[in-house]
Each structure stands twice: as C-alpha cells, then as structure tokens.
Design a protein around this ligand. Structure first.
Ligand SMILES: *Cc1c(COP(=O)(O)O)cnc(C)c1O
Length: 384
C-alpha cells in the first residue's frame, strides 16, 4: 500500500492508500462485492473478514486515503454522516455524561443531541464558539467532550477553533469537529489539535450527489474503539458506495478549489447588487470573522448565504426565476443547489427561535457547483 504521507494533498488524493502492487494491474481500485472472505486464522472477532466489520479491500484502501488526507493515524467510513457522528459520540459518551456543543448545529446532529441523547441520559450545554471566556461556565464534573463545526450552516460562521482544541486539552475533553463544509482541502483540524474529525462524505468528499456516506478520522486507538462500536451498531458503508466515494475523492482538490474561487466571485457580485441586503461568506472583508477565516482556512469554501431587501417574498421570486441552481437540500456536489433554510433545514424551529439565531425568513443558502461562474452570475443577475 502506498502510504502517501510525504505527498501534497492533490497527489495523496490519487495515490495515498492505493494497493501496491495494483490488483491484477487494475489502475482503478476494483469493487469487491463480496460479503465474506476466506478465513485465514484471525484471532479477534473484529478482524474476521466480513462485510459488516468494515474491512473489505474497498474499506481498507479508503480508510488509508482518508487518514492521509486529514493527517490522522486512522480513518473509518460509515453508512452516512449521521452514522459516523452518532457512532462516534456514542463511543465517547455514556449515560450520565455531559457534552458541550456549539450553538446552531447541523439539524441532524442537533436533534440527535437534544432529543435522542437526552432520552439516553446524556446531557449537553450549548456554547458560543466565538466567546472562549464563556466556555468554563458550561463545564461540569461529568463533561467529557466538546463538539463544533468548522463552518456553520446556514450563516457561514467560523468559530474560534484554535481555542476549542486548546480548551479541550486543558480540561481533559475529547474535541470533535464536523469538517464537512470545509473539506480537508480548506481545513485540516487534526493539525490544529482536534482529536477527531467527522464528515458527511455525502457532500464534498464524494462530490457527485449520488451516495450517502460518513467518515471519522483520528488516532489509531480512538478510531479502533469507534470501529468496534460501528461493527456492533452495523452502520457499515457498502463496498459499492466505498468504490464511488473513492472515485469521487480523486477530484476533491480541483472541485473544491474551483468552488472556492467561484463562491468568492458570486459573493462579491451579490454584495454589490442593490437588491441584496446581506451576504454571509468568510471570504468577504465584510464578514465579521474574515480575519479568523483567513488565518485558519486555506480556502473559504463553496457555501454561502444571502438575504434580499424584499425578504421572504423576494427570496421565493428569486428562486423561481433563477434557472441554473436546483432547488434542493444537501450540498457539496457538482450542481449548484439553492435552499431557503426557513422552509427546509430550519423549518422545525419556531419563527422566534429562527430569528434569535439569525436565520431570517428570506435567507437563501447556495451550494456553488462546477458550472461556469459567469453563467451563474448572469443567471443570478437576471433573477434579481
Ligand atoms: C449532511 C450533513 C451531515 C449529515 O450527513 P449525512 O451524510 O446526511 O448523514 C452532518 N453534518 C453536516 C455539516 C452536513 O452537512
């Protein structure tokens, strides 16, 4: 197997983890669509070569590539982003434990922590990732972990992430970060002292809007413990989905770099348009955390959100008139997607609650795809 640790990210995407010598000379990693493999004397249950135990050749190769990309010792893929997140949290926490989470979490994670975990006796407190001086107040004797996201949805905020990992170390907590929006092209949390990185690989890592998958990366010891739990919970990624994720990953750097550039141009265009009242994008000088984003990230990503002067009605009209973006949830693929969080991801919140966290009814979220930037801008100009 090619280790790839000495390579640059673009090269790792192509070569890290690949079998050496190549299997039957195949340049692309073949799919091993076999549920079980001949017994060769494995002593440990978790090493038996069986599809649910996350160790088919497709899993092994993908784990090595993902670990190299995030600069971790080990990686594990799961059947979805939520399978990776829930299995990881349920490996680190048990009944009676307490968790610190950032305000405005991804909807699925928010519901997992506030609804499911409460019923298991795992409690949480919400912290403002922008204000480290307030975090101590959230600590309890039973606090075990801290959980944040690199770039928040849908307001594209970038918290004080360096302080998060330092705070976790100082207080004996395990630090976890959902790096879905940034991808390892724009941010590598383990290099900033985080213990575990999580991804919905459904988004940028796969990038082609055709599978659901999740990833966790960290120390070999932690990832092995999480793997054992995943072996039992059964949220295993199918080898065919492994194959597709592996294929998608190879173009991650070219996709994300294009999306970084395109999103910045679109954000600037929107900011200069009189019909737009506000643009949320870390690459804009007007973004309140622009300096921090520049310090932490090597690119600002392909996600942005904006508000129109005319509020919700104008937002609806804009979405009807825009021809290129597809009105659909999810993100990180080759197609530009557009949503109104008040009617989709955050529809479950009371209007007051939405306003309190800064999500106006007219807010539009954009996941910039790989179309020509000029075509997108021309389309947005006519729609505005
Ligand atoms: C989509 C998403 C998830 C959940 O991932 P699934 O693959 O849908 O299970 C978690 N976090 C973030 C930031 C996401 O965008």
């Amino acid at each position: 197997m090619t280790d790839g640790r000495d390579m640059r990210l673009e090269t790792m995407l192509i070569h890290a983890g690949e079998p050496s010598p190549r299997i039957a000379g195949a340049v692309a990693m073949p799919v091993f669509q076999s549920s079980t493999f001949e017994f060769t004397g494995q002593a440990d249950y978790h090493d038996i070569r069986y599809i649910r135990l996350n160790n088919t050749p497709n899993h092994v190769v993908l784990h090595a590539k993902l670990a190299a990309l995030e600069n971790g010792e080990a990686a594990l893929v799961a059947a979805s982003g939520m399978a990776a997140i829930s299995t990881t949290l349920m490996t680190l926490l048990r009944t009676g434990d307490h968790l610190l989470v950032q305000k405005c979490l991804y909807g699925g994670t928010h519901d997992l922590v506030t609804k499911d975990f409460e019923s298991f006796g795992i409690s949480h407190s919400v912290i403002d990732v922008d204000d480290p001086s307030s975090w101590k107040e959230g600590l309890r004797p039973n606090t075990k972990a801290i959980y944040v996201e690199t770039i928040t949805n849908p307001l594209i905020q970038i918290g004080d992430l360096k302080s998060v990992s330092a705070f976790a170390k100082a207080n004996g907590l395990t630090s976890m970060i959902d790096n879905t929006f940034a991808s390892p092209v724009n941010f590598r949390p383990l290099d900033q002292g985080f213990d575990l990185v999580l991804h919905s690989a459904t988004k940028y890592l796969n990038g082609h809007t055709d599978i659901v998958a999740g990833v966790v990366v960290g120390s070999a010891k932690l990832v092995e413990t999480i793997k054992h739990r995943l072996d039992h919970f059964g949220g295993t990624l199918d080898p065919h989905a492994c194959f597709l994720l592996h294929r998608g990953l190879k173009t991650l750097a070219v996709r994300v770099r294009h999306q970084n550039q395109s999103a910045l141009k679109i954000a600037r265009f929107l900011e200069d348009n009189g019909a737009v009242s506000r643009v949320h994008y870390g690459g804009l000088e007007s973004h309140p955390q622009h300096d921090r984003a520049r310090d932490l990230l090597s690119g600002f990503g392909g996600m942005l959100s904006f508000e129109l002067q005319g509020g919700a009605e104008a937002a609806d009209r804009f979405m009807q008139r825009a021809r290129l973006p597809i009105v659909a949830p999810s993100l990180g693929g080759v197609e530009t997607l557009i949503t109104r969080p008040a009617t989709t991801s955050h529809a479950g919140l009371e209007p007051d609650e939405r306003r309190r966290i800064g999500i106006s009814d007219g807010l539009i979220r954009l996941s910039v795809g790989l179309e020509a930037t000029e075509d997108l801008i021309e389309d947005f100009a006519q729609a505005l």
